[in-house]
Each structure stands twice: as C-alpha cells, then as structure tokens.
Design a protein around this ligand. Structure first.
Ligand code: PA5
Ligand code: NI
Length: 189
C-alpha cells in the first residue's frame, strides 16, 4: 500500500507544528546529571524548569523515510551553563542530519568517538550539516527560545547512553555576559 504525501504546518512565531505529532518534553529532572554544577541543579529542581520540547512528525523509522521535527529550546542557565539538549549519537552511527535555525540563537556542539570536537554558531537562516558519526547537542545562548528544524534518515535512531556516560568535551557557559566554551572537567574521567 502506498504511503501518501502529507504536509505539516510550522508556526514561525512559536516553532510549534500542526499537527503536533509526537511531542517530547524535557525538564531539568530528565537530564539533571548532565549539568556540571550539581549544587545549582539541586536548587533548581524544586521548580524543575522546562528545558526543551520536540515536535516530531511521525513517519516510519526506515531508511526509505526522512524523520523531521522542530525543537524549541528555552533560554536559561543551570549555574552558568546554558540550557541545552541531552545530545546523542545516532544509533546507526553513520547517519547524518541537517539543522536549520528558525529563531533565537545558539550553538551546535558536535564530537566524535575518536575525540574530535566542533561547534557551529546558529542564528536564523543557519543550515548546519551534522556529518555522519558526529554526536550533536544544541545550546541556547540567547534570551529567547532557540528554535530549529531537523531532518535525518528514518532509520538513524538515537543513542543517548554514550553521551550520558562520556559527556561532551566542552561546556557552554556564560562568562562576563558572553557565551564561551570551556573544557568539561568531567570529560573522559
Ligand atoms: O534529531 C535530532 O538530533 C534533534 O531533533 C534532537 O533529537 C532534539 O533536538 C532533542 O535533542 P536530544 O534528542 O539530544 O534530546
Ligand atoms: Ni540527531
């Protein structure tokens, strides 16, 4: 049986999709161990801020299809570390991805299993290519929601475990009002 073409509307003002599709909501409690300043985490956990929401268009998870979704990453910090996504490798490691920034500003942090690291600044109009085998995480370095659209092969999948274990090589933190990348003291430990 044929898979029929269809359309999803993206609201440029909010980043939300219509229909919403499969919605994933992540609060601080879902990723508390990922932030460096654990004292700041404890202080914020009572209010348990919403960090990001992902609206996923639902298509089959096979190589023939293209997964696509929008992420709304809210502004804020845990200590001096900016709100960020969990970050992941793709389960099928060599699957690439495209990130297209629609609103706000942020950073796309990437790293490979053999220790390479890269970061790309994202502003509306930036189309970033996450090459095969690169783990990826986004960070909101601004003061409004950072909204980006993503598309990737249907069979890619998400591997969160490796990033939970190893962390990212760099932390994105505010220093004197500026977003800077600093070495993650916990990386590789
Ligand atoms: O497919 C992607 O890489 C993105 O849509 C992310 O899944 C999304 O931004 C949320 O990040 P994470 O999956 O790391 O929690
Ligand atoms: Ni991905």
């Amino acid at each position: 049986e044929k898979f029929m073409p269809f359309v999803t509307e993206l609201d440029f003002a909010t980043g939300k999709l219509n229909p919403e599709g499969h919605v994933i909501t992540r609060n601080l409690s879902h990723m508390k161990d990922m932030y460096y300043d654990q004292e700041a985490v404890r202080q914020l956990l009572g209010q348990n801020p919403l960090i990001y929401v992902v609206y996923n268009v639902v298509v089959p998870e096979t190589a023939a299809h293209i997964q696509h979704c929008v992420t709304i990453l809210y502004p804020g910090k845990v200590g001096n570390e900016y709100f960020m996504t969990k970050g992941h490798y793709h389960e099928v490691l060599d699957r690439a991805e495209i990130y297209f920034c629609l609103k706000g500003k942020g950073q796309l942090l990437m790293q490979t299993q053999d220790g390479a690291f890269a970061s790309i600044d994202m502003v509306p109009g930036s189309v970033a290519y996450v090459a095969p085998e690169w783990a990826h995480r986004t960070v909101n370095t601004g003061d409004e929601p950072f909204v980006f659209f993503a598309a990737y092969p249907g069979d890619a999948g998400h591997n969160y475990g490796d990033i939970e274990t190893e962390g990212f090589a760099k932390l994105s933190v505010e220093q004197n009002g500026e977003a800077v990348l600093v070495d993650n003291p916990r990386y590789g430990k």
